[in-house]
Design a protein around this ligand. Structure first.
Ligand code: HEM
Length: 387
């Protein structure tokens, strides 16, 4: 009998054959192991995203949710509360003009690449992308330098889940608690001594007299750190993996760096880190002959929808010329990722600098050690050999 367990190492290693069967044979599937419905067709996922009144985020959006987050962050509220939060945070983002980050990000990329100069083999994640992403995040959010390694370690743990208990384990919860204490310390400090950084801006953000409350400031900061470190770092390693495995694409982007943005968009569709998010039904809903009940959880499998041949012809082909309109690598509708511009810019600059030093590389490991996470998919280690 067919089953789909987003906690299983087999799904971590290769979810795509499962996704295909789900799309073709079980487009509205009850996963006993996950305790939720799974939607995999592009049209169904897009329609659910647009219908946030029925597919609510207010009970959490991570497949395995962290305690206390539901109802307090951008990703875990519905409009109108969500729109109010998003407006306040976007306002703070706008003050920290993105263009002003381009030069510091380029400097961080150059310094991070310099640390692998001369190496014949290295771990792309530990030796390069982890250092780069955490430094970028610290610059963007205005976090005090010095704690980068611990912040990254805790952010990576926060998004993991225990494949045996199919829940967050004590180490994941402890990492989340550590991050909240850390964020609380930074917020208190910025309130005393405000700087021109994101946390200072949004802890004081105000639209027509409306401010964020304490819990919203704390959990949103915690979420931004998690999203910044793990979403950006996870995607960078998937992008490098896709380039290492597709020599023609890699050679094309090295020869003409103006193609890097196209390669990024196709990676966000073809094989990306943010695979599956969760919603909760506010009313009984019929789909493909199944009756889903009010209160049931539903998994929106973005990674599966991005491979739906009903939307993307020849979907298993990593096609540099595709320019995939409407891919769900950043989600969509009211909850579309808030960090898209900074993420696109950071990855582009990082890979441009990386390719200047390492234009040709192959992956060393045949089997990759995948991060145990029901939401994200990325390797824990990615060894590359310079050619
Ligand atoms: C390439 C890197 C990234 C990817 C692939 C990514 C992906 C996503 C996805 C798929 C969602 C939708 C979640 C849902 O449907 O429930 C999302 C939401 C979000 N992302 Fe990202 N993200 C990235 C980088 C970032 C960065 C760098 C930040 C901030 C510094 C960020 C902040 C957020 C926030 C705040 C939300 C919630 C938005 C809302 O609910 O209104 N992301 N992201």
């Amino acid at each position: 009998m067919f089953s789909f367990d987003p906690y299983s190492p087999a799904v971590d290693a290769d979810p795509f054959p499962y996704y295909k069967r789900l799309r073709d044979e079980f487009p509205c599937f009850w996963s006993r192991e996950a305790g939720m419905w799974v939607l995999t067709r592009y049209a169904d996922v897009v329609s659910a995203l647009g219908n946030w009144q029925t597919y609510s985020s207010a009970k959490g959006n991570l497949m395995t949710e962290l305690p206390n987050r539901a109802g307090a962050t951008l990703g875990t509220t519905d409009p109108p509360r969500h729109d109010r939060l998003r407006g306040l945070i976007q306002h703070a983002f706008m003050k920290r003009n993105l263009e002003s980050l381009a030069d510091p990000i380029r400097d961080i990329a150059k310094a991070s690449v310099a640390e692998i100069a001369g190496e014949k083999t290295f771990d792309f994640i530990e030796d390069f992308s982890a250092k780069f992403t955490v430094r970028v995040l610290f610059a963007a959010l205005g976090l005090p330098m010095g704690d980068e390694a611990t912040v990254r370690e805790k952010a990576v743990l926060m998004v993991q889940s225990d494949p045996h208990s199919r829940a967050k384990g004590p180490e994941h919860i402890a990492a989340y608690n550590w991050m909240q204490d850390y964020a609380a310390g930074v917020i208190a400090e910025r309130r005393k001594n405000p700087l021109n950084d994101l946390i200072s801006h949004f802890s004081q953000a105000e639209i027509d007299g409306d401010k964020l409350d304490e819990r919203e400031v704390l959990l949103t900061t915690t979420t931004l750190i998690m999203a910044g470190v793990e979403s950006l770092g996870g995607f960078m390693s998937m992008f490098a993996l896709n380039l290492a495995d597709h020599h023609d694409v890699r050679r094309a982007v090295v020869a003409d760096p103006s193609l890097v943005p196209d390669a990024i968009e196709e990676s966000l569709r073809y094989n990306t880190s943010a695979q599956r998010f969760r919603r909760c039904l506010t009313t009984d809903t019929e789909l493909h002959g199944q009756t889903m009940r009010e209160g049931d959880f539903v998994c929106l499998a973005y990674g599966a929808a991005n491979r739906d041949e009903r939307q993307f012809p020849n979907p298993d082909f990593y096609d540099l010329k595709r320019k995939p309109k409407g891919h769900l690598g950043f989600g969509g509708s009211v909850h579309a990722c808030l960090g898209t511009a900074v993420a696109r810019m950071s990855v582009k600059i990082a890979m441009e600098e990386f390719h200047k030093l390492v234009p040709d590389y192959v992956r060393v490991q045949e089997q990759l050690p995948w991060m145990p996470s029901s939401t994200f998919r990325s390797p824990l280690r990615l060894d590359l050999a310079v050619q």
